[in-house]
Design a protein around this ligand. Structure first.
Ligand code: BYC
Length: 310
């Protein structure tokens, strides 16, 4: 390709980004844009798949048939999200088997939040309310991502996430309206999930290595700190409705700005979990690898069936 041709392609790409025209799989794109998307989309897919594990732990122990059906449907939705996302990464030329291998060998990251244990039923409420709440804040802007297949996948994911958040809030509400012991369970879950939920948005903007470029390419539409602030502003009044207390003595509402200020995240804990040393990292990967190995016969059967049909 000549220098002039490649400059034209680059300019054409930049022009599309400027004019909010989506980049599609067959369009020319800079190699770094492709790599950034494969990184983010595959990490996102892994998060959905690993994210099924803390909740799966409670499917057999849900307190009623209604709750069991709701939780089953939620976990099933998450499997679906992972699959749309792996498919979106494949449109960029990534090989799904390689991506999964990177997860299983610890090379690929997935959201820090899923490395914490689910100790009581209230944790399922807290995950739906806080974790899916954070996911919605982060993912609604991704519906406008400059890369077509990712943005379109996010539309359906976000619709499902909003059901998930309501499911979680309603579990929390039932517990908070219940006995003193049930309300204490809800408070304990909030105490344990609050700070890890804030960490989901990633490092502060000043420490975020990818934000500036990803925002220039309109992959990300808001910075990590902006989204974290939107999340706190959404959740704090909901905690008041539930009658439970966010475990942050520095949390304060400011009439003049309409925003809450909040305390500093323990970044040492965050990076420790991201590096693989959280309470459940090893257990999560071990469980995933086992599920993958146990499912080998399904992959073989599907491949044999496809071959026969063709
Ligand atoms: N955990 O430069 P930065 C769900 C990494 S699924 C682990 O700010 P970026 C759900 C980051 O990857 C929720 N690692 O990065 C599922 C980077 O490392 P590398 C998942 C994190 O990409 C089931 C480094 O730190 N959501 O909701 O610009 C049940 C520097 O960060 C984390 C998504 O994946 C973290 N929390 O921004 C219920 C959304 N944060 O790659 C619910 C899509 C940062 O250089 N992803 N790192 O080795 C994103 O929006 C962005 O990738 C992030 C990070 C905001 C997460």
């Amino acid at each position: 390709m000549s220098v002039i041709e490649s400059r034209t392609l680059q300019e054409d790409f930049e022009d599309k980004i400027r004019r909010d025209i989506r980049i599609e799989p067959d369009d020319w794109m800079p190699e770094k844009y492709r790599k950034t998307l494969i990184r983010q989309i595959s990490q996102h897919a892994h998060s959905e798949i690993v994210g099924m594990l803390p909740e799966g732990n409670w499917i057999t122990r849900a307190p009623s048939l209604k709750r069991k059906v709701g939780l089953l449907a939620k976990v099933q939705d998450e499997a679906g999200h992972g699959l749309y996302l792996y498919a979106a990464a494949e449109t960029l030329g990534a090989d799904r088997a390689d991506l999964i291998d990177e997860l299983h060998t610890g090379k690929a990251k997935y959201s820090s939040i899923f490395n914490y244990p689910t100790l009581t039923w209230a944790d399922i409420g807290a995950i739906g309310w806080l974790v899916d709440g954070a996911a919605i804040k982060n993912q609604v802007p991704l519906c406008r991502c400059s890369y077509g297949p990712y943005g379109r996948a996010m539309v359906r994911v976000c619709k499902e996430e909003s059901f998930h958040q309501r499911q979680g809030f309603l579990i929390m509400k039932a517990l908070c309206d219940g006995t003193a012991e049930q309300k204490a369970m809800a408070q304990d879950a909030l105490n344990r999930w609050w700070w890890p939920a804030l960490m989901m948005f990633g490092p502060n903007d000043s420490a975020s290595t990818h934000s500036a470029q990803s925002m220039a390419w309109k992959i990300k539409r808001f910075s990590n700190d902006d989204l974290r602030q939107k999340f706190v502003d959404m959740i704090a009044p909901q905690a008041d409705i539930l009658g439970i207390t966010i475990p942050d003595p520095e949390l304060k509402y400011h009439e003049d700005t309409g925003h809450y200020s909040f305390g500093e995240i323990d970044w040492e804990e965050f990076w420790n979990v991201v590096k693989g040393n959280g309470p459940c990292n090893r257990q999560r990967i071990k469980t995933r690898v086992k599920a993958h190995e146990d499912g080998a016969w399904v992959r073989e059967a599907i491949t044999a069936y496809a071959k026969k049909k063709s």
